[in-house]
Design a protein around this ligand. Structure first.
Ligand code: SAH
Length: 245
């Protein structure tokens, strides 16, 4: 038996892999967080839908196993990529206790990539991805990773920069990054990347600490070679370019 862990991309169908669309169309049961299911209404109508809220990820996987054992074709969906802060790892971990269940992962465009494309070309050199959510990772670990990324002059993508109950994470993260990054480091933040109502802004690292962000926002902090060019965020790589004039 197979369960598919499908990344649907940012939400706009034009940015979903054809394979993800095909698998979802072929499946009988679609399981996912309510707001992600709302992004793909036409793909899931007429199917058995199991919607679950946040923080019920293990229940979502149990349901998937139950349905697969009944002989149904099951897709568990994540926004972006299923393997990046998504359902793929938990499904695989829980499948250790199961016999005869195989998990197939269908990748999607993750938020960092969607946001980078809107902002310009900030991920042209080495980058690190850090989630500021301390639900499953302790804040001391998050701090350590942020500091190491800053010390290494990585471009840093911050997932889960804030939520209704977590309003101070971005400011604290900026404080740590500022230990090793210049306050003028160029940054960008994107809300609803490649979805309706997308918004993006550029600012300095110093300004970033005062920005209010929510769960629909991702932040990209540049490295020492990141610049603004024609209003976009660009991490230059060191090519020699003949300048006109
Ligand atoms: N699996 C997802 C990430 C889930 S974690 C992926 O690969 O993209 C949830 C966090 O991802 C959000 O808090 C936000 O920081 C970010 N995110 C997901 N989709 C986004 C989008 N379209 N625009 C901006 N941020 C997004």
């Amino acid at each position: 038996m197979k369960i598919y862990a499908v990344g649907i991309g940012p939400g706009d169908k034009n940015y979903m892999a054809p394979q993800a669309e095909k698998i979802i169309s072929d499946c009988d049961v679609i399981i996912g967080y309510t707001s992600y299911l709302k992004l793909i209404p036409d793909l899931v109508t007429g199917k058995e839908i199991i919607e679950t809220g946040m923080k019920s990820e293990t229940a979502r996987c149990e349901k998937a196993f139950q349905k697969a054992k009944l002989g149904k074709k099951v897709a568990v969906i994540s926004s972006g990529d299923a393997g990046i802060y998504g359902m793929a790892s938990l499904l695989m971990e829980m499948s250790e206790n199961e016999t005869d269940i195989e998990i197939e992962i269908v990748p999607g465009i993750t938020a960092a990539i969607a946001a980078a494309a809107l902002l310009g070309a900030p991920l042209a050199n080495d980058f690190a991805v850090v989630s500021l959510s301390d639900l499953l990772t302790s804040w001391s670990t998050i701090k350590k990773r942020l500091e190491a990324a800053a010390l290494g002059d990585f471009v840093v993508c911050l997932y889960n920069p804030g939520s209704k109950n977590r309003t101070d994470s971005l400011r604290l993260a900026c404080e740590i990054l500022l230990k090793h990054k210049n306050p003028q480091t160029q940054c960008g933040y994107v809300r609803n990347a490649l979805r309706n109502n997308r918004q993006y802004h550029l600012c300095s690292l110093q300004e970033l600490s005062a920005i209010h962000v929510d769960m629909l926002t991702i932040v990209i902090v540049g490295n020492s070679d990141t610049k603004q060019i024609h209003g976009k965020l660009v991490t230059t790589r060191g090519y020699h370019i003949e300048r006109k004039n």
